[in-house]
Design a protein around this ligand. Structure first.
Ligand code: SF4
Length: 281
């Protein structure tokens, strides 16, 4: 039995069992990544799709995902690889790619506009060891690395990261929403963003779900807090992506977010931030 402290769940895991994310296992009394190198998705994507709008725009990035997640968002668009999954099936459908092999694949795509490797699709940090190992080799070969994360990782984990850019979700700005709907921890995400924004390029994404996080006040508070992080060094640097929700997975009881509302909330955010983008509109 061992406790995993990678994220807010602090799972107490019995020998040979998995934590909530279904991707970390207790082996011989310590918790190890169970999805290391098991890649379920790989694609050469435009960098804007991460989304990153202010980091090497117009380029592409080799994007990879494994399986497992530590949140329980009922509207997850990647639910097949994020949760409610059977790790045995995931391992069968995945392809094992070692960090070195992945770097070689990324290098072979350079002529197609590839600048590096993005860890995305599922939550990469439930398997942070693969991210850190691959990033180290990628850097030696001059590749950029990008992390797309929900931001629910402990300080011990996010302080080890040496990626060049991140897109971090800040899915709302109330503790209740994070706790009751997402099963996450807003404070942990805010600490992650605050730390990372001082060290690498950071953009933030907020998905607006009707009736849950769509008030004027909430987006004003969220964007005002993001603006406060810039703290005089390169004012208004953090870009915010405000995205539209679509009914899917376990949340089909409401309509897609009204496009007009997305534009309205983006305008409110622009009172605080210079770079606000709308998504899925
Ligand atoms: S990373 Fe996984 S096993 Fe570890 S605490 Fe979070 S949910 Fe539990």
């Amino acid at each position: 039995m061992a406790i995993c402290n990678v994220c807010h769940n602090h799972c107490d895991i019995k020998e040979n069992a998995l934590g909530i994310c279904m991707s970390r296992r207790c082996v011989d009394g310590s918790v190890k990544s169970d999805n290391y190198g098991y890649i379920t998705s790989i694609a050469l994507d435009p960098i804007e799709k991460k989304p990153l709008r202010m980091f090497y725009p117009g380029t592409k990035i080799l994007s990879v995902g494994s399986y497992g997640c530590n949140l329980r968002c009922p509207f997850c668009q990647n639910n097949e690889i994020s949760y409610g999954l059977d790790p045995k099936i995931m391992r069968r459908v995945a392809r094992y790619i070692s960090p070195k092999e992945l770097v070689n694949i990324a290098l072979s795509c350079r002529d197609d506009g590839n600048i590096g490797i993005a860890f995305t699709y599922n939550e990469p940090l439930v398997g942070y060891e693969y991210v850190t190992d691959t990033t180290r080799i990628a850097k030696e070969h001059g590749l950029k690395t990008v992390l797309v994360s929900n931001g629910c990782a402990s300080k011990d984990i996010y302080t080890q990261l040496e990626v060049d850019a991140m897109n971090i979700d800040l899915k709302g700005f109330t503790d209740e929403y994070y706790r009751d709907v997402l099963r996450g921890d807003r404070r942990m995400v805010m600490d992650f963003i605050e730390y990372s924004a001082r060290r690498c390029h950071v953009e933030v994404t907020c998905l607006i779900v009707p009736g849950l996080n769509d008030s004027d006040e909430e987006i004003q508070e969220l964007s005002s807090w993001l603006a406060s992080l810039n703290d005089g060094k390169g004012k208004k640097e953090i870009a915010l992506h405000i995205s539209r929700f679509f009914p899917q997975f376990r949340m089909r009881d409401r309509d897609a977010t009204d496009v007009g509302l997305i534009y309205h909330l983006a305008d409110l955010a622009r009172d605080h931030l210079e770079n606000v983008f709308t998504g899925n509109c």
